[in-house]
Design a protein. Sequence first.
Length: 130
Amino acid sequence: MAGYHKYVFDADKREFVGSFEEMYQNEQIDNFDSWHQEDSRQLQRKIALSILEEYNFQSIVDVGSGKGALTHLLKKRNNQVIGLDISPTAVEQAKARFPDIQFSSIDVNDSDKFELFLKDFLKSHVGGVV
């Protein structure tokens, strides 16, 4: 079983755990890569990137960006990419690895904070009226 699994889902109790901050804090201790973020061989990732390569988006918000492994692949010279993750540890690592991308720690389950973030994002990056 993957090292990250115990932080995400309790198979015995069949319930969601969701200890993402603890998961990212324990990656180096327990020697695992949560979600296999650094494995670029994943078929679904290759397909998604192949499709996205055909388009040039002005702005992208990557919700659940983790340590930014996929987020940085979405960054092109002329676009704005923002990565969001619930884990401050993951966001710190992403910022250190990819300083040209904005990363923020936010719980998208907190609808008030997430809505405020999206409104600010749309105003500043898309130029839209909310």
